[in-house]
Design a protein around this ligand. Structure first.
Ligand code: CU
Length: 154
């Protein structure tokens, strides 16, 4: 490929990118909706799990990239594989789909709690996404054995 072809291609590509960008800017607000958010009452102040269903009503896929909370300075996105949790950098939230954070599966983990919430308390968590703006969620603190009613039946 000679230099001229490369330049023409680059120009064509950047034009496409510009068009795509201006097409996006007309889009309305991020369309992330969270339901059924809860935290089982933590056993100690060492850690706690956060569970919810994150629905993406947009035409484009997004990613959950992290979270913050007044309760902890270290929130991690965890997946469960072979009954072991491991931290991941991000988790997909499919276009017109949902990401389920549920017991025994994917979840958000709060490490080193500043206090130990009890049943009936609320915990605020702010979710971070790759595309959508931050989303604030209020978690209900539930009994340790609680499972969300909208979880898949087993
Ligand atoms: Cu975990």
């Amino acid at each position: 490929m000679n230099a001229r072809t490369t330049r023409t291609l680059a120009a064509a590509l950047s034009l496409t990118a510009a068009l795509a960008l201006s097409g996006c800017s007309g889009d309305s607000e991020p369309k992330i909706a969270v339901s059924g958010a809860f935290m089982p009452q933590p056993v100690s102040d060492k850690m706690a799990g956060a569970f919810m269903v994150i629905k993406n009503n947009a035409e484009t896929a997004d990613k959950l990239t992290g979270a913050t909370s007044p309760l902890s300075d270290d929130l991690q996105v965890h997946e469960t594989k072979d009954q072991k949790m491991q931290q991941v950098q991000s988790m997909d939230v499919p276009a017109n789909g949902e990401l389920r954070l549920e017991r025994g599966g994917n979840h958000i983990m709060l490490m080193g709690l500043k206090s130990t919430p009890k049943v009936g308390d609320k915990v605020t968590v702010e979710l971070r996404f790759e595309k959508a703006g931050p989303v604030k969620v209020e978690l209900d603190v539930k009994e340790r054995t609680y499972n969300a009613q909208n979880s898949k039946a087993h």
